[in-house]
Design a protein around this ligand. Structure first.
Ligand SMILES: Cc1cc2nc3c(=O)[nH]c(=O)nc-3n(C[C@H](O)[C@H](O)[C@H](O)COP(=O)(O)O)c2cc1C
Length: 230
């Protein structure tokens, strides 16, 4: 028992030491890679609630804020789809608000995505599905999103309202773009799962923490993959 305990302690130590070493290596190499200058790696958050600025957007912003704290070279930006018109995929040409978002998604500085959706009937929102379908042009040519990390979070009105299912649905869909699905750091291994009470997630400490742990992990993986692919 004593041995097991010391093993676990040692394992925990090695894990955290490894994580710290990874972060330092990535930070140092990225600084060198960018010559200490203006080059940045960008993490985009996409909030897929039709209600602009509400709990999903707040949760994605919390994840982005945590991501930003990982390395000064990281830039974050929230795309709030609330109020935008995003049609699903169509065989004929579409006039909606998606085209204005394309340059941000094609930006070579894009390091990773964090996609958030409310849980609607234990599923991702229609807006989220439409956004994912409209990313189809990003599957052409060099597959702009390929080999970049994607994390997901979901907010529900119930504590167990299908958030984990929504996260899984988003991550599975993004595999079609060659993205690398990433969960949060322990204990939020799957991603962000938040509980909205009275249009507020600020009281859901565990849920907010899961969003932050997701942001941290997406940022770390983005840095590591960017260096590897440089
Ligand atoms: C059409 C609809 C379906 C919903 N279905 C669920 C559900 O299955 N599970 C759940 O926990 N909450 C459900 N909700 C509540 C929303 O997920 C919750 O209010 C969420 O925080 C909304 O995100 P927003 O504040 O960013 O708009 C539903 C809300 C709507 C409008």
């Amino acid at each position: 028992m004593k041995d097991m305990k010391s093993n676990v302690t040692r394992r925990n130590f090695l894990t955290s030491a490894g994580t710290a070493a990874l972060a330092v290596t990535a930070t140092t190499a990225l600084a060198a890679d960018t010559g200490g200058g203006g080059n940045t790696l960008k993490i985009l958050g996409v909030a897929c609630s039709p209600r602009k600025g509400m709990t999903t957007a707040k949760a994605v912003q919390a994840a982005l804020d945590a991501a930003k704290g990982v390395n000064p070279r990281l830039e974050v930006e929230l795309i709030d789809l609330g109020g935008l018109s995003i049609a699903g995929w169509s065989p004929t040409s579409i006039k909606d608000d998606f085209d204005a978002l394309l340059p941000k998604l094609k930006d070579p500085r894009l390091g990773g995505l964090i996609i958030g959706s409310p849980s609607y009937f234990r599923s991702l929102s229609a807006l989220c599905k439409a956004f994912i379908e409209r990313c189809m042009p990003l599957r052409e040519g060099t597959m702009a999103l390929a080999d970049k990390p994607v994390g997901a979070l979901s907010v529900g009105g119930n504590r167990n309202g299908g958030q984990e299912l929504v996260v899984q649905q988003i991550l599975t869909a993004m595999l079609s773009y060659g993205m690398v699905p990433v969960g949060g750091k322990s204990p939020a291994m799957l991603g962000g799962t938040l509980w909205n009470t009275k249009d507020d997630v600020s009281q859901d400490e565990t849920g907010l923490q899961s969003a932050k742990l997701l942001g941290l992990h997406v940022a770390e993986v983005a840095l590591t993959l960017a260096l590897k692919n440089a």
